[in-house]
Design a binder for this molecule. Structure first.
Ligand code: NAP
Length: 491
C-alpha cells in the first residue's frame, strides 16, 4: 500500500488514492526499487512509491506518442469536455488533495486549499481556451494566391514540476498542453509526488483516452530528464524549477533543437517609495515575502524602502512579522509551515551569517525552531547593502532583508542589477512615477500596489535567466501550438 496511516487519517476518500502506485497512467515499474515520502513537519513516513527511471520514461513517451494523433483529432469541444470533467473531480476532492499537499509539502492547510483551487482554475481556464484556437488569413501580394496560417499541437510534451506548488504547477503546465491537442509525460518532484499522483488518479476517472496523460515517479530527476530531452518522440520540454537545472535541460535539448518552456528562479525586488500607502505596503510585503514560507519563485527577495518612510515601514513590518505563527500546516493557527528540507535551512542561515558579518542587523527571528525538523523563525534584517548574498541570491525562505535608499531614480537601476527577471513589486501613488517605474523594471511581471498577482487569466513568466515562455492566459496555449503557413497558388 503506497499511502501510510498518518496520511490516510486526513482523507475523506482514501480508497481513491491508495492505489496511486498502480494507476493506469503510471505504467509498469521495471524494478522493485522504491522511494519514501515524508511529512516535513513531523518526519512521519507518508508513502512508498515505485522509483522509476529512463526505461519507464521511454515506455511512457511511447504511449504518449501513439495516443497523440487521435487526441489531436478530437474536436476542441471533446477535449474541452474531458478537461471540464477533470476540473469538476478536482473541485469535488479539493479537501483531500489539500490534505495530501499539506502532509507532503508542509504548507498551511488554508494555503494548500487555495493552491488546489488555483489548480482547478487552470483546468477551467484551458477547458474554455481549448475552443479558442484561431488561425489567420493574410492579404496575398498577388491575385492568384491565398495565404493563411493554421495552428497545430506540437506533439508529445515532457513536463517536470517542482515541490513548492506541487498541485498548481501540474495543472498550469499540462492543461494548456492537453487543450492544444498535445499528450504529456509528467515527472513531479521527488519530495511531493503524492498530490500529482492523486490528481492523475482523478484524470484517469475523468476519461482521458489511454496514453494521453502519463506519470513517472522518480527519486532523481536526471535519468528521466535525459530521456525526455534526448528521445526524438518528445517535441517539447516544459520545466519549472531552478535556473541551474533549466540551463542543463536547455543544453540537453540543443542537439535536437527541441522546444522549451522554462519557468525558473527569481530575485524579486519589492520597492516602497515615499508616496506609498505604508499600511498597504506592509501587508503586501507580508504576502509577497512569507506566503509558502517564502518558498515561491515570485517571493519578494529584497525589500527597498525609501529613507523618509523607512523607519515607519520597518516598525510596522517587524511587529506584524513577529505575530506570524510557525508550525505544523494542519494546525489552523499556523501561518508558516516548515521548510522543505535541511538544505533550505542551511541556505537561510548562511544568508543571515553573511549579512551580519557585513554589518546587517537582525530585527526579529534569525533562528531555527526546535532541534529536529525544519521550522525557522520569520526573520527581518535591516542595514542591508547590495553586495550581501541575501540581496543577490534567491533565499527561498522566510527571510526579509530591508535596504534603505534615498534616490528614487537610481533604485530601479539597482533593482534591475540581477541575472533574474521574473517578478518585481512596488508601492507608489504618483501616477507619473507608477508608469515610469513599471516600464523601467526589467521583469516579466510587475505587481503595482499589490503583493500577489498570480492568476490563470494572466501570462506568468520571466525574462533574462528566469525563463522562456508564459503559462496561464491565452498566451499559455500558444506555447503548445506550432504555426503552419499555407500558401495556395494557381487560383
Ligand atoms: P529543482 O532542483 O530545479 O527541481 C525541480 C524539478 O526538476 C524537480 O522535479 C526535480 O526532480 C527535477 N530535476 C532536478 N534535477 C534534474 C535533472 N538533472 N534533470 C531533470 N530534472 C531534474 O528546483 P526545486 O528546488 O525543486 O524548486 C525551486 C526552484 O524552482 C526555485 O529556484 C524557484 O524559483 C523555481 N520555481 C520557479 C517557478 C516559476 O514559475 N518561475 C515556480 C516554482 C519554482 P527531483 O526532485 O526528483 O530531483
Amino acid at each position: 500500500m503506497p499511502l501510510c496511516p498518518p496520511l490516510i487519517r486526513h482523507l475523506n476518500t482514501p480508497d481513491l488514492f491508495v492505489t496511486i502506485d498502480r494507476l493506469p497512467c503510471l505504467g509498469t515499474p521495471v524494478s522493485d526499487r522504491t522511494f519514501e515520502i515524508f511529512n516535513p513537519s513531523t518526519g512521519e513516513l507518508l508513502a512508498e512509491l515505485p522509483d522509476m527511471g529512463a526505461e519507464e520514461t521511454r515506455a511512457a513517451i511511447g504511449k504518449a506518442h501513439v495516443a497523440q494523433p487521435e487526441w489531436a483529432a478530437l474536436t476542441a469541444r471533446e477535449r474541452s469536455d474531458i478537461l471540464w470533467r477533470w476540473h469538476q473531480l478536482i473541485v469535488d476532492h479539493a479537501d483531500d488533495l489539500a490534505a495530501i499537499l499539506t502532509a507532503e509539502m508542509g504548507k498551511p492547510l488554508a494555503e494548500a486549499k487555495s493552491e488546489v483551487s488555483h489548480a482547478a482554475a487552470y483546468l477551467q481556464w484551458y477547458a474554455e481556451e481549448a475552443n479558442r484556437i484561431y488561425g489567420e488569413t493574410i492579404s496575398a501580394p498577388s491575385t492568384d494566391r491565398r495565404m493563411l496560417v493554421i495552428k497545430q499541437p506540437i506533439g508529445v510534451v515532457g513536463t517536470i514540476t517542482p515541490w513548492n506548488f506541487p498541485a498548481s504547477m501540474v495543472a498550469r503546465k499540462i492543461s494548456p498542453a492537453l487543450a492544444a491537442g498535445c499528450t504529456i509525460v509528467l515527472k513531479p518532484a521527488e519530495q511531493t509526488p503524492l498530490v500529482a499522483g492523486a490528481m492523475f488518479a482523478l484524470a484517469d476517472k475523468a476519461g482521458f483516452p489511454e496514453g494521453v496523460v502519463n506519470l513517472v515517479f522518480a527519486s532523481e530527476g536526471d535519468a528521466v530528464g535525459r530521456e525526455l530531452c534526448s528521445n526524438p518522440k518528445v517535441r517539447k520540454i516544459s520545466f519549472t524549477g531552478s535556473t541551474e537545472v533549466g540551463r542543463l535541460l536547455m543544453r540537453q535539448c540543443s542537439d535536437q533543437i527541441k522546444k522549451l518552456s522554462l519557468e525558473l528562479g527569481g530575485n524579486a525586488p519589492f520597492i516602497v517609495f515615499d508616496d506609498a500607502d505604508i499600511d498597504a505596503a506592509v501587508d503586501g510585503a507580508i504576502q509577497a515575502k512569507f506566503r509558502n514560507a517564502g518558498q515561491t519563485c515570485v517571493s519578494a527577495n529584497r525589500l527597498y524602502v525609501q529613507a523618509s518612510v523607512h523607519d515607519r515601514f520597518v516598525d510596522e513590518f517587524v511587529e506584524k512579522v513577529r505575530r506570524l505563527s510557525v508550525g505544523d500546516g494542519f494546525d489552523p493557527a499556523v501561518a508558516i509551515g516548515p521548510l522543505i528540507d535541511r538544505h533550505a535551512l542551511a541556505k537561510i542561515e548562511s544568508h543571515i551569517a553573511d549579512a551580519v558579518a557585513k554589518g546587517g542587523a537582525v530585527r526579529c527571528g534569525g533562528n531555527r525552531i526546535g532541534k529536529e525538523g525544519t521550522l525557522f523563525q520569520p526573520t527581518v534584517l535591516t542595514d542591508i547593502s547590495c553586495e550581501m548574498a541575501v540581496a543577490r541570491e534567491e533565499t527561498f525562505g522566510p527571510l526579509a532583508p530591508i535596504i534603505h535608499f534615498e534616490d528614487a531614480d537610481r533604485i530601479v537601476h539597482e533593482a534591475n542589477d540581477t541575472i533574474y527577471g521574473l517578478a518585481a513589486y512596488f508601492y507608489a501613488s504618483n501616477l507619473k512615477r507608477v508608469w515610469r517605474v513599471a516600464e523601467a523594471l526589467e521583469y516579466g511581471m510587475v505587481g503595482i500596489n499589490t503583493g500577489r498577482m498570480s492568476s490563470e487569466a494572466a501570462p506568468f513568466g520571466g525574462i533574462k535567466q528566469s525563463g522562456i515562455g508564459r503559462e496561464g492566459s491565452r498566451h499559455g496555449l500558444e506555447d503548445y501550438l506550432e504555426m503552419k503557413y499555407l500558401c495556395m497558388g494557381g487560383l
